[in-house]
Design a protein around this ligand. Structure first.
Ligand SMILES: [Zn+2]
Length: 328
């Protein structure tokens, strides 16, 4: 046994000893003080798989611990108040979170795994507009309560054509199938109103779907505008061409993807592909995996997997409307 191995084994023995003590403390003092005053403990799991992440290092200031095969860690100390916690390891992307230890000394943190299921390039295109923007946007997402979808059945702008009920049915179906997948269940698509008199465009809490033939002049079958407030989307309006020469359910799913915070992405098969049809129906498995990550993080992330403490408050006063034109 070499010196390194000996030290390693010693560490394991010491860790086991600490864990054993922690168990005793739990039994004696109850679950409100796990595993002892000032010690921070928790589990590191994979964002995609949900399984434990072994071998990751969890750091608070100069103190650190490595997760065991169950993803568990314990950092002995006298920690309190708001602290920054860094998690990094060979099988994950680094993550930084802030944690208020006055509420709990347990810090369970999920991290994105470095597996073939995840593409950093695709994520940055889809979530942070890396494909078409000159800079990486902070993430946008809906927060708060479920938005109401208004399907505007007024005659199509530009042609006056009536809106077929079959088209309305398709849109309803897409909302109910795509929205829970795109938003990790945050938006259920249960609030749909079909009306010829919807609220004004970009009314807070609404996603309005209109039919507008004039956008064809811009070389597109679909245009979506989202209104963000402190990186939280609070309104969106989507304009579709009636009966385009394009899979209509895919087009609707694509535009609603913009409405809930996603941009064009071409690095992997995606319904959010910038040009043309993906031929994939409403979404791909890559869409499902990467969209879920955006909706399992706070709005305003500026790093792949990083929650700066001021990410949301920093831009609370900034209201912005982003228009996304889709070339088809
Ligand atoms: Zn688009």
């Amino acid at each position: 046994m070499g010196r390194y191995d000996f030290v390693h084994v010693l560490k394991i023995v010491l860790l086991a000893s600490v864990l054993y003590s922690a168990g005793c403390n739990n039994e004696n003092k109850g679950p409100s003080t796990p595993p002892g005053p000032g010690n921070v403990t928790g589990k590191i799991t994979g964002t995609i798989s949900g399984g434990p992440i072994a071998g990751s290092t969890v750091r608070i200031g100069g103190a650190s611990a490595t997760t065991n095969s169950n993803g568990d860690y314990i950092i002995p100390g006298s920690f309190s108040g708001v602290v920054g916690i860094n998690v990094d390891g060979p099988s994950q992307y680094p993550r930084q979170v802030t944690k208020d230890l006055s509420r709990s000394l347990v810090a369970n943190i999920d991290v994105i795994e470095k597996t073939s299921a995840f593409s950093l390039q695709f994520y940055r295109q889809l979530v942070r507009d890396a494909e078409e923007s000159l800079f990486l946007r902070p993430t946008n997402r809906w927060e708060g309560s479920e938005p109401t979808f208004f399907i505007d059945t007024s005659p199509e702008i530009g042609t006056g054509a009536p809106i077929p009920s079959s088209t309305v049915d398709t849109i309803k179906s897409v909302i109910r199938q795509s929205m829970p997948v795109f938003t990790n269940g945050f938006i259920t698509g249960s609030r749909i109103t079909v009306t010829s008199n919807p609220p004004a465009e970009l009314t807070s809490g609404t996603i309005i779907i209109k039919f507008d033939h004039t956008i064809l002049q811009r070389g597109t079958f679909g245009v979506t505008r989202i209104q963000t407030f402190g990186n939280q989307i609070d309104a969106a309006v989507t304009r579709l061409v009636l009966n385009p020469n394009f899979p209509f359910d895919e087009l609707t799913s694509h535009e609603l993807g913009h409405a809930v915070g996603f941009f064009h992405a071409s690095d992997r098969p995606s319904v959010m592909v910038a040009v043309g049809s993906c031929g994939c129906g409403l979404f791909t498995q890559d869409d499902r995996v990467h969209m879920k990550i955006n909706y399992s993080r706070p709005a305003g992330n500026t790093d792949i997997d990083n929650d700066p403490p001021d990410a949301i408050t920093k831009s609370l006063a900034k209201r912005e409307v982003i228009e996304i034109v889709c070339r088809k």
